[in-house]
Design a protein around this ligand. Structure first.
Ligand code: MG
Length: 357
């Protein structure tokens, strides 16, 4: 026979407060095993600890009491999977709202732009900009990088997969992104376009029964009037401002996670066996988590989109030297790629430079 515990002892052992236990008893979710008729004291059996701990965990996951009560009518893990999906969906929606708030904040903080030479027009602000792009096969047999310079949308992608699959994936991702963004130039439209790009590559890979994927780093001027970066993988966006280079995207790689966790130094990362392993890529799962954020732009900022072939071949100091020159963006883009190739770039190298005026 199970031992009986006072409500205080039971509370200590299951992690639910006495107040919670009383309310769950009232709801019929966890009824005391015995109640002293004269004192009214409640007693729970040790056999009820298992249920109580599950209740505590489900409450911590944010599940409502009435839903938990129904769950115990048919305690199936299928229901846990269902709640898991709901939590991911809600979290995604909240992250989207935060990113939109970030983009709106960046817009509010951006100074009025100078008179445009060429311009990208958002609803509330006009950024004047000039671009330059360059790509090189580097030390590979094929160039699986792709680049996009379209209306209010600039992007690079670094294809993954054997044979020509990486090449197909990177081009398909950028073409899909471009077409979908053209149809809806809002911030949410940009995110939808990113998801479309992921699905297009995923469908293509499944159709060929092959593994293929691509990184994606894109900078867009949305109809909401914000400059927004969207990225998956280890292609990067940098901002060069007042002589200082700042990486604005966080790589989705095993080593980036280890560095962020303080388990690996930047120096050791260069030789780590998993340095090329991505934790996220476009096209390898049906739904991918896409990072996006507002980008603060000011006149004289120089933005750089690039694939990993560039920053694996050149040090930040070497990038700085080229970006600091007054050369036109096309000349600087060519210079970056040439410098990477001269440093024996093992990988494809692709860059887009955007000078804000
Ligand atoms: Mg690469």
């Amino acid at each position: 026979m199970d031992e009986l515990l006072s409500i205080g002892d039971f509370s200590d052992r299951c992690g639910l407060s006495a107040k919670m236990l009383r309310s769950y008893a009232a709801a019929g979710l966890l009824v005391p095993a015995a109640v002293d008729g004269s004192s009214g004291y409640r007693y729970y059996s040790t056999g009820q600890l298992h249920r109580a701990r599950i209740i505590a965990l489900l409450r911590r996951a944010g599940i409502a009491v009435d839903q938990i009560a129904m769950f115990f009518g048919n305690p199936d893990t299928v229901q846990l999977d269902c709640w898991d999906r709901e939590i991911v969906s809600e979290s995604t929606a909240r992250r989207q709202a935060l990113a939109q708030a970030r983009a709106a904040l960046a817009l509010a903080q951006a100074p009025p732009p100078a008179q445009p030479k060429a311009s990208m027009k958002g609803a509330e602000v006009t950024y004047a900009y000039v671009t330059g792009t360059a790509t090189h096969i580097g030390g590979r047999d094929t160039n699986q990088d792709a680049v996009l310079v379209s209306d209010d949308l600039l992007a690079v992608a670094d294809g993954l997969g054997g044979l020509q699959r990486g090449e197909v994936a990177s081009r398909l991702a950028l073409d899909t992104l471009d077409a979908a963004f053209a149809a809806d130039r809002s911030i949410s439209g940009l995110l939808t376009a990113g998801r479309e790009a992921n699905r297009a590559v995923w469908r293509q890979a499944n159709g060929q029964d092959a593994t293929m994927g691509t990184t994606l780093a894109a900078l867009a001027l949305t109809s909401d009037g914000a400059a927004v970066v969207l990225h998956v993988g280890d292609s990067r966006l940098y901002r060069f401002r007042a002589g200082r280079l700042e990486q604005l995207t966080h790589d989705h790689t095993v080593i980036a996670d280890l560095i962020r966790a303080g388990e690996l130094s930047e120096e050791d990362a260069h030789t780590h066996p998993y340095r090329h392993v991505l934790t996220r890529a476009i096209g390898v799962v049906p739904e991918v988590d896409i990072d996006y954020a507002g980008v603060s732009c000011e006149p004289d900022d120089r933005l750089l989109l690039c694939t990993d072939g560039l920053f694996n071949a050149l040090t930040p100091d070497e990038l700085n030297i080229v970006l600091a020159s007054d050369a036109e963006p096309q000349k600087s883009a060519d210079q970056l790629v040439t410098s990477a190739v001269e440093c024996d770039a093992e990988d494809n190298v692709t860059v887009v430079i955007i000078d804000v005026h």
